[in-house]
Ligand binder design. Structure first.
Ligand code: PEP
Ligand code: MN
Length: 364
């Protein structure tokens, strides 16, 4: 099997959520090819749906349509696999790239079975994040695929199930893919703004955000006529909107070639480094006072939580944040985190297991 090499070939994956008919697949693929022949064409033929009765994909029948896209139209094709039999079918058909979906990615048993089936297949594999933001599980899934001898691997960030009401279908939690990239710097990272957005109108901002964060590629659901799509119709772009999006997005360089700019960046970063260490010192200083107060509270049998004081802290600091042009949301979260840690420290003192400097408080 020919080695595709995601790293050098892949920037944009586009195509419908599902392969629905030969006509839909070929029309969409032809238009995409005319926009850019390097696009990787995506289409699901086995669809993991939340509820039974929803369109579950056309199954193996769709493989011949996908192969026509690859052989006649000339776009490399990718499809989703969730079972070892899917892997066998795509290998036999001649497909080069597969992805593992978010629902499958939540189950290590399924991933291990897929990894075993993928072993020796020569396929390139893209692995979506699990539906919940567990970076260890996402890392583990990638390791399972790498361990089975597949080396051409990419991660796809498609957002996380939103536990709070949100305009977006899935919460991006950008810190999760950033942490994955920190752990695996060589890993190719693709963003799927379609499944994060859930609605067409949010896709551009999310895609641009991903490029600003130095993602390596985008997967964007595209359909020649989204209004008749059998799955994910609200998030699929028509060809015209897709083409406009691609021309408007700004791809960023990770490192600038300009030496003066690099120097400027280094100078400012040095200042930020100094401030970060000052912030940590200040936090440690603050925490020493928190512990001192904890001791006094304990001696006078006064509760750890003092709601009035906490209310005054929030009010005055948020007023200051407004004056300083800082985001209130950010400062509130920061204060809540500090307060939580203060309470944890004082509670430990109440339980008699905290040390302040050298004075160990003994258990009573
Ligand atoms: C898909 O790509 O169409 C899909 C089912 O995505 P996810 O696994 O991210 O929900
Ligand atoms: Mn979809």
């Amino acid at each position: 099997m020919e080695f595709f090499n995601l790293k050098s070939n892949l920037k944009i994956v586009a195509g419908p959520c599902s392969a629905e008919s030969s006509d839909q697949v070929l029309r969409t693929a032809e238009s995409l090819h005319s926009i850019n022949p390097d696009i990787v064409f995506r289409a699901g033929i086995w669809k993991p749906r939340s509820r039974p009765g929803a369109f579950k994909g056309v199954g193996t029948e769709g493989l011949q349509w996908l192969m026509e896209v690859q052989n006649r139209i000339g776009l490399t094709v990718a499809t989703e696999v969730a079972e070892p039999e899917h892997v066998e079918s795509v290998v036999n058909a001649g497909i080069k790239i597969v992805w593992i979906g978010a629902r499958t990615a939540s189950n290590p048993f399924s991933i291990q079975k897929l990894a075993d089936a993928l072993s020796g297949s020569g396929l390139s594999v893209m692995i979506k994040n699990p539906q919940y933001p567990d970076v260890d599980l996402w890392t583990g899934n990638i390791e399972r695929i790498l361990n089975c001898g597949i080396s051409d691997v990419a991660a796809i960030h498609r957002g996380f199930y939103p536990f709070e009401k949100s305009a977006l279908r899935n919460t991006p939690r950008w810190e999760v893919p950033i942490e994955l990239k920190r752990r695996m710097p060589e890993l190719l990272m693709i963003c799927d703004p379609s499944h994060i957005a859930g609605k067409r109108q949010y896709i551009k901002d999310i895609a641009q955000r991903a490029l600003d964060l130095n993602f390596d590629g985008l997967m964007i659901e595209t359909h020649y006529k989204p209004s008749i799509a059998l799955s994910d119709k609200n998030q699929q772009l028509n060809i015209e909107d897709f083409s406009k999006l691609i021309s408007e997005l700004k791809w960023r360089d990770y490192v600038a070639a300009d030496e003066a700019f690099k120097q400027q960046l280094d100078d400012i970063r040095e200042k930020i480094d100094v401030i970060d260490f000052q912030l940590l010192e200040l936090l440690a200083h603050r925490m020493r006072y928190v512990k001192e107060i904890g001791l006094h509270k304990k001696q006078h049998n006064v509760s750890v939580l003092q709601l009035k004081r906490w209310g005054r802290i929030l009010e005055s600091r948020l007023e200051q944040a407004r004056q300083d042009g800082l985001s209130e949301h950010f400062v509130k979260q920061l204060l809540e985190l500090i307060h939580k840690e203060s309470i944890r420290n004082q509670t430990d003192i109440f339980k008699g297991r905290e040390s302040i400097g050298d004075n160990k408080i003994e258990n009573e």
